[in-house]
Design a protein around this ligand. Structure first.
Ligand code: NAD
Ligand code: TYD
Length: 349
């Protein structure tokens, strides 16, 4: 039996991935390890009924002893590492936790995986691993830095991160690469563009704008709103990770994206229109420091070499996402009643 350790599975993408894996792989067991930071929410997982194949453990990926115990108890065969501090604006306020979780946390997981997976753990020259094991690092296109008006990110580009968040993710990528080169660990790195969809925390652009629109609050657009992101539905990101986990060539990096570039202001206007609100809600605010102008993914490698393709059009994905937020007022309310109010006041006033 395969036992997949999913870290950060109570967050936005992780919870969608846990559910996709349970549905697509009836013989797999999923161990979800999450520290339940402000972004982790067990409500995201409450629809899971298959308790026999699913285990949740509240733990920090930096806790080496605990990770070791989990590997031993559950005989982990793959790791999909989502656990991270993930919001650029927070990384500008408090960079340290990004380095601690995203870099040190990843290194701890790699070390524990190496110990349990190597055929001869005490032989430093041994590069043979138990059959079928894999460490998949969920990274981001932001590690490449920013693009100008033209061009696309390809996997061979140098990493030029600009925010503390993307610098921490790029550093983790380098550590994962080193474990492959030095210790022969079977790894993959995926670098996806911006995700949207159900269960996204309303600090990120799309759910923040939907929530503010519903409350008829100002919609804070940074700078001129002409920054471009390449949007992908979270289900398509999860299916791409599933594909890389099973078909990815050891040591390779795969970009994930659906050729869907949009300027921020277009997205904000689409949300306003869909919810029948007024564009007077838009408020242009001071730009984010170091704001990356444009991200855009070249997905040729994953589509041609691994046969993956996205299933959602942006129109359908946005329609369903907005409906999801409309149909889950309790989910939003529980978040907004927590520390979110303090966060919002600090960032936007
Ligand atoms: P998220 O912030 O919604 O979730 C992160 C999860 O990690 C939370 O459940 C949190 O509790 C958990 N976590 C944080 N620190 C931890 C620790 N020390 N130990 C254990 N768990 C911890 O993030 P997300 O948007 O779901 O992103 C998941 C991953 O995907 C991240 O690695 C992110 O860099 C990457 N990614 C995100 C996007 C995007 O658009 N959201 C795009 C590309 C890549
Ligand atoms: P975000 O969802 O934070 O993702 P990222 O910074 O990782 O791309 O932001 C997406 C874009 O939306 C980015 O260009 C910043 C912009 N933005 C706003 O204009 N206003 C906001 O309140 C937020 C959260 C983001």
């Amino acid at each position: 039996m395969k036992t997949v350790l999913v870290t950060g599975g109570a967050g936005f993408i992780g919870c969608n991935f846990v559910k996709l894996m349970l549905a697509h792989h009836p013989s797999y067991r999923i161990i979800n390890v999450d520290a339940l930071t402000y972004a982790g929410n067990l409500e995201n997982l409450k629809e899971i009924t298959d308790k026999g194949r699913y285990v949740f453990i509240k733990a920090d990926i930096r806790d080496k002893e605990k990770m070791d115990e989990i590997f031993k108890t559950y005989e982990i065969t793959s790791v999909v590492n989502f656990a991270a501090e993930s919001h650029v604006d927070r990384s500008i306020e408090e960079p340290e936790i990004f380095l601690l979780t995203n870099v040190i946390g990843t290194q701890v997981l790699l070390d524990v995986a190496k110990k349990h997976w190597k055929a001869h753990p005490n032989d430093k020259y041994c590069k043979t691993y138990k059959p079928g094991v894999k460490f998949l690092q969920v990274s981001t296109d932001e590690v490449y830095g920013a693009l100008g008006e033209t061009g696309l990110f390809v996997e061979t580009m140098p990493l030029m991160p600009n925010s503390p968040y993307s610098a921490s993710k790029a550093s983790a990528d380098m550590v994962v690469r080193a474990y492959h080169e030095t210790f022969g660990m079977p790894v993959n790195i995926t670098r996806c563009s911006n995700n949207y969809g159900p269960f996204q925390f309303p600090e990120k652009l799309i759910p923040l704008m939907i929530n503010n629109c519903l409350e008829e609050k100002e919609l804070p657009v940074y700078g001129d709103g002409m920054q471009v992101r390449d949007w992908l539905h979270v289900t398509d990101h999860c299916s791409a990770i599933d594909t890389v986990l099973h078909k990815g060539v050891d040591g390779e990096v795969y970009n994930i994206g659906g050729n869907n570039e949009k300027a921020n202001i277009e997205i904000v206007k689409l949300i306003i229109k869909t919810l029948g609100k007024s564009e007077d809600l838009i408020k242009y605010v001071k730009d984010r420091p170091g704001h990356d102008k444009r991200y855009a993914i070249d997905n040729t490698k994953i589509t041609t070499q691994l046969d993956w393709e996205p299933s959602y059009t942006f129109e359908q994905g946005m329609k369903e996402t907005i409906e999801w937020y409309l149909n889950h007022p309790d989910w939003i309310e529980h978040i907004i009643l927590g520390d979110y109010v303090k966060y919002y006041q600090k960032m936007y006033h």
